[in-house]
Design a protein around this ligand. Sequence first.
Ligand code: 2HG
Ligand code: ZN
Length: 445
Amino acid sequence: MLDELRGIVGPEHVLTEPDLVAGHLRDWTGRFAAEAGVVVRPADTGQVSAVLAACAAAGTAVLPQGGNTGLVGASVPLHGEIVLHTGRLHGLEVDEVAGQLLAGAGETIGAVHAAAASAGLAYGVDLASRDSCTVGGTVATNAGGLRVLRHGDTRRQVIGVEAVLSDGSVLSHLGGLTRDNTGYHLPSLLAGSEGTLAVLTRVRLRLVPAPGPSAVAVLGLASPADAVVAAGFARRIAGVSAVEFFLPAGLALVREVTGLGAVLPEEHGAYLLLEVDGSAEALVQACEDLPGVQDAAIADDAPGRAALWAYRERHTESIATRGSVIKLDVTLPMATAGEYLDRLPSVVAGLVPDARVWLFGHLADGNVHTNITGVPAADTHRLEDTVLRMVADLGGSIASEHGIGLAKREWLGLGRSEAEIEAFRRIKWALDPAGILHPHAVLGP
Ligand code: 2HG
Ligand code: ZN
């Protein structure tokens, strides 16, 4: 098998040396790591096709990997899969007239932003891991990020895809027509399929107008429940592009780890970060109408805005310094989000008294990144089960923007009916009859 792969991609692009593969085997949470692995790095769609055909013939499982920034245990080969790394699938072509961009799956989102900006345009999806995460990975996981409120999630940006099925056949529909009702919309199906249906090789993305002047505020509020109410009202502000949330414990940790100064003079029970088109004056006025705001720090110059965003964006890396992290990325309806934020810490403390809970996220969409550290391995499953059932009971989703992966597989039924899961299975087997594409993710073998 390895010799066949070497023949397809060249011997130097089949990695087996422990120090060369190490970074491909361990994920960001510190919870998911493989002992050993093989990494194959195809250079183009033809090579991806040949690799998949060879693996299908041999019955060898394949795990597509982009920037390895996933948080649900699906980006590393825990079951001996061959890692198909997309890092050499390059290419960035802006179509200024159509307002679109054709990108190789291995390009980073940071590179997409730079290419769009050089044409006076922007890409609607942005996230803290922008310089590592890739086009292929963000489409495959339907990444959300910081501006879903304004532009929607990744699925809404995808106009066309080129992708390879496990039998090596290439699906390519990259013409860029935004009105095109010729049959099933495969980009929508592949977005969020988490590498289980096909390997994405190229994607045509819609671009959006470059943002004009904008202002950012960090607001201090008395409680998480107040923050939920204010986040709901903030959605109505004209030109609002982001409404993010964090708590005093997370802010203190970010400051401790990064050395950032205080954002507001006093500590508050909860914080919202708002980004709005226009000037600081306009944002001050908009904030006056929001209920429960106790104090605000506002900036409308680029360094000032970046400084305020840092308090929110640097949560993940700061929490990572506290050891292995349980990541439960969930969405609550706005009607029950306050109850979730209030009750969760005591629910966790009731099960694991020494655990630390870190709550932050994209609150205008009800998305709460529930991070929990200090949990002994023996308590992990019971804790996850309790929290995810609580989310489902409150009418929420157990997988908001990070996907199901392996980490949430056994709870898929909390969000989907048996009939839906059976339809998922039929789609999986229709497109991947060899069952080699990321077989342990989402549905499981
Ligand atoms: C974010 O919004 C990312 O910063 C990561 O989705 C969230 O670390 C997390 O749980
Ligand atoms: Zn997020």
